[in-house]
Design a protein around this ligand. Structure first.
Ligand SMILES: *Cc1c(COP(=O)(O)O)cnc(C)c1O
Length: 316
């Protein structure tokens, strides 16, 4: 009755994203087979994006779709008409939420970190959110940082006129998001030995590990500094499944100084990888993941015969 028009497509089964083996001597000389799990191509396998706009620009990050899908179904089941979520000025998650809202018939409100941005022209990422109909609400950084506190959140939602909205947390990571990402692991069952993914909030890793089989393991490469992420992944698995699931580990040496930080070496690595393999390498997450895997292979971290999947979570 009160259901957004396209919501039923969420309930349709979707094909798995492609798994492609590539040949790279930096792995082959150690007896490791490298496979790319192309979640960046999810948009081409989601049927409903075709008739709306060119598929390429809908989902900057395939894992954001996996994280949103059960949340969108839940918002619809609760009869909510509006989604509200949070992000920085370059957040892929804001863009994915805005695009999903437009496609599925939800209004969207984005609470953006930094009220100084309100007076400036929108950057391309926020312009895209606005073009998809997202109402942007800029808030001071201090308020943004405290948005997990119930009274601060209530005030932010009131000011954004989004009190009745379905709240998707920053980065999209909650129990339903983790359950959505379980599918990523399930799609890799029997096909690889190790599945590696770049981590921001850790929600994708938490679900990936849970979906893998008992003879497989997940490896997370944080792109942020700090060692909060292990506790975060455990908390997300607790929330999603009531306890730990699957085998996973973090490899924390490859953040290159923190979120969206880079170096000449990382940039050269990513450009070279693009050249070798004809794959466009997203710089904030995927470049660090691929760099880490090459370094780990050189260190002999993977036994000979390992089938190693790199999850390509997004395109540039
Ligand atoms: C958001 C994002 C991630 C990280 O996902 P988390 O679940 O927050 O760890 C990885 N890759 C890309 C391209 C992303 O946009």
């Amino acid at each position: 009755m009160n259901r957004p028009a396209n919501l039923d497509v969420l309930l349709q089964p979707r094909p798995p994203s492609p798994l492609q083996e590539i040949h790279d001597e930096r792995f082959e000389r150690h007896g490791v087979r490298l496979l790319l799990k192309r979640d960046d191509l999810i948009h081409t396998t989601v049927p409903w994006d075709m008739d709306v706009r060119g598929p390429m620009d809908l989902y900057p990050a395939g894992n954001k779709w996996r994280k949103l899908s059960l949340n969108l179904a839940e918002a619809g089941a609760q009869g909510r008409r509006t989604l509200v979520t949070f992000g920085g000025a370059y957040s892929n998650h804001l863009r994915a939420t805005a695009a999903a809202g437009r496609l599925l018939g939800f209004a969207t409100v984005g609470v953006v970190r930094g009220d100084e941005l309100a007076d400036r022209p929108l950057n391309p990422s926020l312009a895209r959110c606005a073009a998809d109909g997202m109402r942007l609400h800029f808030v001071p950084r201090g308020d943004y940082r405290r948005k997990a506190e119930p009274d601060v959140l209530a005030r932010l939602l009131r000011d954004a006129r989004a009190e009745d909205a379905y709240v998707v947390p920053e980065g999209g990571s909650n129990a339903l998001a983790v359950r959505g990402c379980q599918e990523l692991g399930a799609e890799l069952r029997g096909l690889v030995d190790v599945a590696a993914v770049a981590c921001g909030t850790g929600g994708t890793l938490a679900g990936l590990a849970a979906g893998l089989g008992p003879d497989q393991r997940a490896l997370g490469v944080p792109v942020l500094r700090g060692d909060f992420l292990g506790a975060e992944v455990r908390a997300l698995q607790d929330a999603a499944f009531g306890g730990p699931r699957g085998r996973w580990a973090l490899e924390g040496r490859f953040h290159f100084g923190g979120y969206a930080r880079t170096s000449a070496e990382l940039e050269a690595f990513a450009a070279d990888f693009e050249e070798r393999h004809g794959l466009r390498v997203e710089r904030v997450y995927v470049a660090k993941l691929l760099y880490a895997l090459v370094a780990l292979a050189a260190e002999g971290a993977f036994p000979r015969g390992t089938r190693l999947a790199a999850v390509i979570t997004g395109a540039p």
